[in-house]
Ligand binder design. Sequence first.
Ligand code: PMP
Length: 290
Amino acid sequence: MGLKVFLNGGFVDKEEAKISIFDHGLLYGDGVFEGIRSYKRRVFRLKQHLDRLYKGAEVIRLEIPLTKEAFQDKIIETLKVNNLDDAYIRAVVTRGIGDLGLDPRKCATPGLFIITDKIQLYPEKYYRSGMPISIAKTRRYHPLSMDPRVKSLNYLNNILGKIDAIDAGTEEALMLSVDDYVVECTGDNIFFVKGDELVTPPWELGSLEGITQKVVMDLGRKRGMKVGYKTMLAGEMYDFDECFLTGTAAEIIPVVQINGKTIGSGNPGEVTLQLLEDFRELTKTDGVKY
Ligand code: PMP
């Protein structure tokens, strides 16, 4: 049986899942989305993902045509229809069909779809031996230009950063703010470790408030670490012993080199590996069962 997706109220075959070329989600990237994961029939941090989706929608004044509870039910139903034990879930709400102008008020009905599938973001070897990343030439856009609470369908800033990563021969790139502060990577948050200090850049600089980021901060606190947000210039990164990235798809991935410069010992750090183990343990017991 082929994959089925939930699209505007019903289930359709993947191949038949089509939306209008007049949807402003396509024409302008006007909409919001979430990337969520399930582990062994448990959806990890589903409430937090839905809260972020609805918050982002509110910021862009997009009314999601389902209650949060109904949205949650539809996600679970999509997983069941496809009989997936471990899945990557993509929930998308678009502005809907309008004319060729920008005015969102002219789009009467938002589009809504849910895809459940598999994803592997980074090759397995990087989890064992650490991943080198580069620094993108493209800067993260300013938080006053684009509210970082919105996980919007317009990912071109990140895609330009990803192209920079590809040009540099790395899988991922760190994006700096226009004033040289460390913000986040193109699809992941970034953390640094020194002794018992665990830090990540504040979202006010323009990063997405990651669900995995929050989980890892909690795990760090449970391990007795001093956890916090830290504003740092690019040059300060190399003073840390360990670095890693977090994201729903990536989980926790050790970073051992930034722009050719080694971080710490050049191997995945002890704290990083411990947090990865803690994280994977948590995914076994936490989450909405289906
Ligand atoms: N930053 C960006 C730009 C992202 O797209 C993502 C999600 N892929 C993250 C950070 C990580 O967020 P989360 O842990 O909620 O997946």
